[in-house]
Design a protein around this ligand. Structure first.
Ligand SMILES: *[C@@H]1O[C@H](CO)[C@@H](O)[C@H](O)[C@H]1NC(C)=O
Ligand SMILES: *[C@@H]1O[C@H](CO)[C@@H](O)[C@H](O)[C@H]1NC(C)=O
Ligand SMILES: *[C@@H]1O[C@H](CO)[C@@H](O)[C@H](O)[C@H]1NC(C)=O
Length: 424
């Protein structure tokens, strides 16, 4: 199994200076390859009206050649660069897995194509677009599971469509309780999406006529969340997959679903209600603690597990159900990002950084999990949501257009994976 060759201690990996040299030269080669292929596909003249933050592609690739640093790169520190030479997206609107509401090119969103012309450039290294064929070859006989909410599905679909374009022979099936999954038959590489909103099992709860501790606190209706029981959709995933990508977050800050008064989250541990009752953010901490140790106890020593940080929403002028919208056609400027997301402004989308505080706290000290930090890079991308193109009653400023931002998440995911690999 390919995963057997993977390495887990970041520290050890990075201290191998010879590996770093090798890694840098691979990056260097990859960047040159990328620059070359962009050049080849450059057919149309640049559109000068679109060039906020534009910097030349050529000067960017030079930076890595100078061997910036051999410490691990902080991929979240960077900027989006408009690259008008990008002619075609990684996959087209015909990829069947793209949910209609996310298919911005298919729905004629005015900037649908422009979204993919922005490239994330970390300040101290490069993040090349991953090569799907190389990936399929490198990760032969590997199972990869995405476990989480619809934002993880968005990322899963982006990966599927990119791979499908270069290897079309797939078997569709539902491995280990997954909502959907595919095996790329020529490579025996399986990717699957396990749907779960809270990671923990939950369901409706109503007061029992015989009474109980929650009834005595006058609770009538709500949701029972078992903080120590994984939802059945993914309980088998840790022992099945070689690589896992988890997320949770959006549903914890969703008062329209878990109304704090009419249908609050009621937490249970070891089958008993947690009393005094606790608010959702405290429940999230309990769930994270239990789910992390569940995963740590079920995975093989060579399994690689990621926790993906929170995907930011970009509602302006109100929340999703208050007429909020995301009309931007270009990424935000750094000061606009701070305005929208800084904790001290406590704006509509403030949960992005709040969720991350909980994740970082819970994962501190976990030797098993690696962080896949996509939050800051995504905070700029107010332009990359379906918005009105989603075809729903409300603007969708939460999910991402495909192709789009989650393709860059996959570049980051694969860059991390390749960093862990021990050189042969
Ligand atoms: C998008 O535009 C094409 C070509 O003008 C048209 O055929 C198609 O119906 C449009 N799709 C949507 C969802 O509006
Ligand atoms: C495919 O990969 C799985 C591991 O992910 C392995 O158990 C299985 O034997 C492989 N199948 C073939 C035909 O090599
Ligand atoms: C943030 O704003 C919400 C409502 O928009 C409010 O309920 C909450 O108390 C505020 N939090 C802080 C820390 O100010």
């Amino acid at each position: 199994m390919a995963a057997k060759e993977h390495h887990h201690s970041k520290k050890t990996t990075y201290s191998l200076s010879s590996f770093c040299c090798l890694f840098l030269s691979i990056l260097c080669f990859a960047s040159l390859f990328l620059a070359f292929s962009l050049f080849k596909t450059s057919l149309s003249p640049p559109r000068p009206d679109q060039h906020r933050n534009f910097e030349s592609e050529r000067s960017e690739t030079a930076e890595i050649k100078n061997g910036v640093s051999n410490s691990p790169c902080d991929y979240s520190d960077g900027k989006w660069i408009y690259d008008p030479t990008v002619r075609s997206p990684r996959y087209d609107k015909a990829c069947k897995e793209i949910y209609r509401g996310w298919n911005c090119i298919g729905s004629n969103k005015s900037n649908g194509i422009d979204i993919v012309k922005w490239r994330w450039k970390p300040n101290h290294c490069d993040l090349p677009q991953f090569d799907p064929l190389r990936f399929l070859e490198d990760y032969r006989d590997t199972n990869i599971g995405f476990v989480g909410d619809s934002l993880n599905r968005n990322m899963f679909v982006a990966l599927f469509c990119t791979l499908k374009r270069v290897s079309s022979e797939v078997r569709k099936w539902r491995p280990a309780g997954a909502d959907r999954g595919f095996t790329f038959l020529q490579y025996n590489l399986t990717i699957a999406y396990h749907r779960t909103n809270l990671l923990a099992r939950y369901g409706r709860w109503s007061a029992n006529a015989n009474g109980g501790v929650l009834e005595s606190l006058r609770y009538k209706e709500g949701y029972r969340v078992d903080v120590d029981i994984p939802e059945g959709t993914w309980a088998e995933a840790p022992s099945f997959h070689d690589i896992l990508i988890f997320n949770t977050g959006h549903w914890w800050w969703a008062p329209s679903k878990f109304d704090p008064v009419k249908s609050p989250m009621l937490f249970f541990e070891k089958g008993q209600p947690v009393v005094p009752t606790i608010p959702p953010d405290a429940g999230l901490d309990m769930v994270l603690k239990h789910m992390i140790s569940f995963v740590e106890g079920r995975t093989q020593p060579n399994t690689i597990a990621f926790f993906r940080t929170q995907s930011p929403r970009h509602f302006e002028g109100g929340d999703w159900d208050q007429g909020g919208s995301c009309p931007h056609l270009q990424p935000l400027l750094p000061q606009e990002v701070e305005e929208l997301f800084s904790l001290k402004n406590n704006g509509t989308n403030v949960e992005a950084r709040l969720v991350n505080q909980h994740l970082f706290k819970a994962l501190k000290g976990s030797s098993r999990f690696h962080m896949l930090d996509i939050t800051h890079m995504s905070e700029f991308r107010a332009d990359a949501h379906p918005s009105t193109a989603g075809g729903k009653k409300h603007d969708d400023c939460m999910h991402w257009c495909l192709p789009g931002t989650t393709d860059t998440w996959n570049d980051l995911f694969i860059a991390h994976l390749n960093n862990f690999k021990v050189p042969n």
